[in-house]
Design a binder for this molecule. Structure first.
Ligand SMILES: NC(=O)c1ccc[n+]([C@@H]2O[C@H](COP(=O)([O-])OP(=O)(O)OC[C@H]3O[C@@H](n4cnc5c(N)ncnc54)[C@H](OP(=O)(O)O)[C@@H]3O)[C@@H](O)[C@H]2O)c1
Length: 240
């Protein structure tokens, strides 16, 4: 357990949904740690939240770097005495960059699947020691096998091979981790934020980040009798 205040790590939190999730958790009294692969950008984001009166910090974490990940447990144990909440938020969508080839799939899976798996594995001992360990995997409705297989629910332009299959894999990890951790206090859930205006979501998206962050924040602060192993948007359960 990390002291009296809860401590959260949000990966990819220097901008977009991650930054807004950090802001909203900070407003709930959580000590938030902005994970950023560029530590200067992470520190700038932490400074912004500090200026808003929030307890915000930054740590360098590229989720594809084994070295960065290996340094995390000692960082949280030493600086904060533990970790209560992990939001695996960092993610990429490379389909817009051009032709999708094997390398697109490989690098997308590195960031969206293997990264979250490795970060979770490294921080599990600290999360197990928390009285209310919570893991939120930032997924997408585009990871739903049900939705991708229903032509009336998704048009072909949204069938992004690398992104959608990486989020489906992240959903599978969510199910497996929740079952493997069922005899602990940890809850693991997948969140779909909605289609949100960010660099990834583009300006065409209908939602703003304050609403987009709500699902992950709710799952990060679930009470003891809350769900584990689910896939949610706001309060709605989504089909795998
Ligand atoms: N926006 C949407 O409509 C939407 C919908 C469904 C799901 N999501 C999910 O929500 C999450 C956040 O997306 P967003 O919309 O906020 O996108 P964003 O504004 O593009 O932010 C993505 C964040 O991830 C970071 N990142 C990318 N690769 C990384 C790596 N290897 N290591 C560490 N950080 C890395 C980026 O860092 P840099 O600044 O250094 O690039 C950035 O901080 C993603 O997982 C995304 O799939 C978004």
């Amino acid at each position: 357990m990390a002291g009296t205040k809860k401590v959260a790590l949000i990966t990819g939190a220097n901008k977009g949904l991650g930054l807004e999730i950090a802001r909203q958790l900070g407003r709930e009294g959580v000590t938030v740690v902005i994970g950023a692969r560029d530590i200067a950008k992470g520190q700038t984001a932490a400074n912004t939240l500090q200026a808003e009166g929030l307890d915000a910090h930054a740590v360098k974490i590229d989720v594809t770097s084994a070295e960065d990940i290996a340094a995390l447990p000692a960082f949280f144990a030493t600086k904060f005495g533990g970790l209560d909440i992990l939001i695996n938020n960092a993610g990429v969508m490379k389909e817009r960059e051009g032709e999708v080839n094997a390398e697109t799939l490989r690098s997308t899976f590195e960031a969206n699947v293997i990264g979250p798996f490795a970060v979770t594995q490294a921080l599990l001992p600290l999360l197990k020691a928390s009285l209310a360990g919570r893991i939120v995997n930032h997924s997408s409705i585009l990871g739903s096998l049900t939705v991708n297989s229903a032509p009336d629910q998704i048009s072909t332009e949204w069938l992004a091979p690398a992104y959608n299959s990486s989020k489906a894999a992240l959903n599978m990890l969510t199910i497996i981790q929740a079952r493997q951790l069922a005899d602990t206090k940890i809850k693991v859930n997948a969140a779909h934020p909605g289609w949100v205006k960010t660099d990834l979501g583009t300006d065409a998206a209908p939602m703003e980040t304050p609403d987009g962050a709500k699902t992950a924040v709710r799952l990060a602060l679930l009470p003891e009798d809350g769900p584990s192993g689910g896939y949610f948007h706001m309060n709605d359960t989504l089909p795998w």
